[in-house]
Design a protein around this ligand. Structure first.
Ligand code: ZN
Length: 133
């Protein structure tokens, strides 16, 4: 298990990716808590097969951020979802695109198998080609 504090002002996804590269983690599971200065998140429209993007411009608490690490086109790919609370305690969430870190701590559990993503015709998403069954 890998535990790290992530850097102030950096992007949450890119920082998790950096930790994985530095620690040679190609597949794994993670969660993160902390606070962001802003967050860009999305909702996948299952009929249109495309993401709608939303920007929350203000500081928020990460109430939950979970995701996984796998390989997409020979590169490490971070897939994360986030819930965040605004200054009134309202929670929103979805697919995480980016977020500027105010403070963040991540715990990553590496897997010993490599998972690769491939385009999936039914969903239009790049999903795991394999998994444990
Ligand atoms: Zn997603």
């Amino acid at each position: 298990m890998v535990i790290e504090k992530l850097d102030y002002g950096k992007d949450l996804i890119l920082e998790i990716e950096k930790v994985c590269k530095r620690r040679n983690i190609k597949t794994g599971w993670f969660n993160a808590i902390g606070a962001l200065k802003n967050v860009t998140y999305g909702f996948y429209d299952q009929k249109l097969k495309e993401y709608k993007k939303f920007l929350h411009k203000n500081p928020c608490e990460i109430t939950s951020c979970i995701g996984n690490v796998s390989i997409l086109e020979d590169k490490i790919f971070i897939h994360a979802h986030i819930n965040f609370a605004d200054e009134k305690g309202n929670v929103k969430g979805g697919h995480l695109y980016k977020g500027d870190i105010f403070a963040a701590e991540v715990v990553i559990s590496p897997y010993d198998k490599i998972l690769e993503r491939k385009f999936d015709e039914i969903t239009g998403l790049k999903l795991w080609d394999s998994g444990e069954k």
